[in-house]
Design a protein around this ligand. Structure first.
Ligand code: PLP
Length: 224
């Protein structure tokens, strides 16, 4: 299968999951996770119609952004952990940041976005499985972080993001996706979007309310 066939297959599966859940397939955004794949692979994806790319590492995002600079409508999304001292490099070029989880990094991103005179879309990452080794705020820390972002004029709060604990079966991730949805529903402000679901479980995530799915392997194949 070539890239556009894999893309069509993923889009078809997104559509079917959305319809099962009574949702509009057009309301679900596909982020093609291109981490560890060369810029040439992103060009192939671009030719097939992809405009939204997810990258985990700031340095790699910066390099690919430069490599594809002649393609005006490409959007890069940071989906890996952001260290505060890397905000300076990524905030001026990323369309969205999916992994904010502490007040100091939020403040630094606002400072860098203001300096670049641009707005950046942000998601707050929640560690719904409360795993000690994983990034993301705890559910209890979420409300104050929401307020922190809302005070930042250059950060546009979109919603919440999570990476559930690794599981054997896609369906085992369902309770964690549901927990993120419930947290979103209980917040004191309405937030529209939920970034959740990867190659192995994006259909379950859509059934539980995902609006942004981050799919790598199912599009680009295995990473080396
Ligand atoms: C790598 C990664 C993905 C994509 O994973 P696949 O299993 O290849 O689809 C999605 N989200 C995050 C945060 C990732 O690090």
């Amino acid at each position: 299968m070539d890239f556009s066939q894999r893309l069509q297959q993923v889009q078809r599966r997104i559509g079917e999951a959305a319809r099962r859940a009574g949702r509009d397939p057009a309301s679900i955004a596909l982020i093609a996770v291109s981490k560890l794949h060369p810029a040439a692979d992103l060009r192939v994806a671009y030719a097939a119609g992809v405009r939204d790319f997810g990258e985990n590492y700031v340095q790699e995002l910066v390099e690919k952004h430069a490599a594809l600079s002649e393609l005006p409508d490409v959007r890069f999304h940071l989906i890996g952990h952001l260290q505060r001292n890397k905000a300076r490099a990524v905030v001026p070029i990323a369309t969205s940041l999916h992994t904010l989880d502490d007040a100091r990094t939020i403040a630094e991103c606002e400072r860098r976005a203001a300096a670049a005179n641009r707005a950046v879309q942000v998601f707050l990452q929640v560690n719904v499985g409360e795993e000690t080794q994983k990034s993301g705020c705890s559910p209890a820390e979420l409300a104050p972080l929401v307020d922190a972002v809302l005070q930042c004029p250059h950060l546009q709060l979109q919603g919440l993001m999570t990476i559930p604990p690794a599981t054997e079966e896609p369906d085992d991730a369902r309770p964690f996706f549901r927990r993120l949805y419930e947290l979103q529903q209980k917040l004191h402000v309405p937030l529209a979007r939920l970034s959740m679901g990867m190659s192995s479980d994006f259909e379950v995530a859509i059934e539980e309310g995902a609006t942004d799915v981050r799919v790598g392997t199912a599009l680009f194949g295995a990473r080396s």
